[in-house]
Design a protein around this ligand. Structure first.
Ligand SMILES: Cc1cc2nc3c(=O)[nH]c(=O)nc-3n(C[C@H](O)[C@H](O)[C@H](O)COP(=O)(O)OP(=O)(O)OC[C@H]3O[C@@H](n4cnc5c(N)ncnc54)[C@H](O)[C@@H]3O)c2cc1C
Length: 410
């Protein structure tokens, strides 16, 4: 009997991981990976600034899902089957030594994404996966349980099809034609642009414990390092906020007010008391020379100036209103944001195939037998930290398991 044909579309992380694991699990399938461009694993190579942040040490499924603004509930049973610990063991078992950074991000010990690339390419070859470059899928239809795949110059038939293409218009049209619902894609993980950037002169300054929030979105806030850049605001706190609020920010057309508390450990009442005491105990001391804030001096000077307190003002001259303005500038510094930029080109797409279409134990499309999808093509995305790859590895692994079971039972 002829071997069942498996066509995997998209030669990225999800495509390679599906193909390799399926080939490891069964010799019973004829597996071909079709990549539309002239290069595979392009994102793996540039990921993590060329170091590839493969996954994260958070491995408890209930904890791991908290890093996914979209996909959280869907991913729980999936991470119970293939979690970040499994990813680490998988790569170590296949010859990639890994290391963990203080914040829990996992990278190859070589500090080079080439190690991940080499591992995936070598395993695909060793296990007989055929890889075809410049094969962009342009059409997909099913007839009598067989899938017909159209490429620019040829057509093929396959028993099982796995879509691992990330989001793009061509694939959106193809899947929606099959009646599969698709959530409109929008960017996630971006930095905030301020056209009228008062702190431009402070570009390069970062504060470790900022709290950032969006005035127009109730209960939106995140904490962590904040970086002032030439064009606006960046750093982990901003990137996380952009991911969690990606949809609402798109609705606001990226025009909003960013509120910054420069240190989330501060308590407003404490500072109010300190400032009142200063008016009595240090009346002649200049406000801009005060050091109790632990911020870079240039940033404090800007905060004082934005509270409309002139450089020469001392504590005896601040007055109640001045104290209030100073506290507002420390606890709720307001910046008009009017656009976004990508962070070191590191962005992901929020949106893609609606998760209600997917069987979470197999990643098979509920309405389309023997059609599967994994990776960024699904409406799943995460904050930075190796979580986006983790979702791709986990989904791909479950698909390989599901197809191998079907193939073995033929
Ligand atoms: C600069 C950058 C850095 C990143 N760094 C990290 C990181 O360190 N850690 C992390 O967890 N995440 C990171 N990410 C996110 C991560 O790279 C993605 O989530 C992940 O690569 C998604 O894998 P995928 O296989 O689903 O899609 P992709 O890697 O996008 O692969 C899809 C493939 O499908 C091909 N394709 C598309 N359409 C077709 C078609 N019609 N026919 C055939 N082939 C097609 C594409 O050419 C592509 O090769 C980063 C992203 C970027 C952009």
């Amino acid at each position: 009997m002829a071997q069942p044909k498996v066509a995997i579309i998209g030669g990225g992380a999800a495509g390679f991981f599906t193909a390799i694991n399926l080939a490891i699990k069964t010799k019973n399938a004829d597996i071909t990976l079709y990549e539309g461009s002239s290069k595979f694993l392009a994102k793996v190579l540039i990921s993590g600034g060329g170091r590839c942040n493969v996954t994260n040490t958070i491995s408890k499924p209930e904890e791991l899902i908290k890093s996914y603004p979209r996909g959280e509930d869907f991913l729980l049973p999936i991470f119970q089957k293939f979690s970040s610990k499994d990813t680490q063991e998988w790569f170590e078992r296949h010859g990639v030594a890994l290391k963990t950074e203080e914040d829990g991000r996992v990278f190859p010990k070589s500090d080079s994404s080439q190690s991940i690339y080499n591992c995936l390419v070598r395993l695909a070859k060793e296990h007989g996966v055929k890889v075809k470059l410049e094969h962009r899928l342009t059409g997909l239809t099913q007839q009598d349980d067989i899938w017909k795949l159209e490429f620019k110059n040829n057509e093929i038939l396959a028993d099982h099809v796995v879509l691992c293409t990330s989001c793009n218009n061509q694939i959106r049209k193809m899947v929606t034609k099959l009646g599969i619902s698709y959530v409109a894609p929008i960017p996630s993980l971006f930095t905030f642009n301020a056209q009228n950037h008062h702190l431009k002169e402070l570009a390069g300054i970062s504060v470790p414990n900022a709290r950032v929030a969006i005035k127009e979105i109730k209960e939106s806030q995140d904490t962590g390092p904040l970086l002032i850049t030439h064009w606006g605001y960046s750093g982990p706190a901003v990137l996380r906020l952009s991911a969690w609020q990606a949809r609402r920010l798109a609705e606001l057309d990226y025009q909003f007010t960013l509120q910054i508390q420069w240190d989330y450990n501060w308590k407003r009442e404490d500072f109010q008391n300190i400032f009142q005491t200063n008016t009595l105990e240090h009346p002649k001391e200049k406000i801009i020379h005060w050091k109790g804030h632990e911020l870079p001096k240039r940033l404090w000077t800007e905060i004082v100036s934005s509270a409309q307190l002139e450089e020469y003002k001392n504590w005896s001259e601040i007055g109640k209103k001045g104290i209030k303005r100073l506290l507002d500038a420390m606890f709720s510094y307001q910046v008009a944001i009017n656009g976004k930029s990508t962070f070191k080109a590191e962005f992901v797409t929020a949106g893609g195939i609606d998760l209600s279409e997917i069987d979470s134990s197999t990643f098979e499309l509920k309405q389309s037998k023997n059609l599967y999808a994994a990776g960024e093509l699904l409406n799943i995305d995460a904050i930075t930290g190796g979580f986006n790859f983790q979702a791709a590895w986990s989904g791909a692994y479950l698909i390989s398991h599901a197809i191998s079971k079907k193939v073995l039972s033929v």
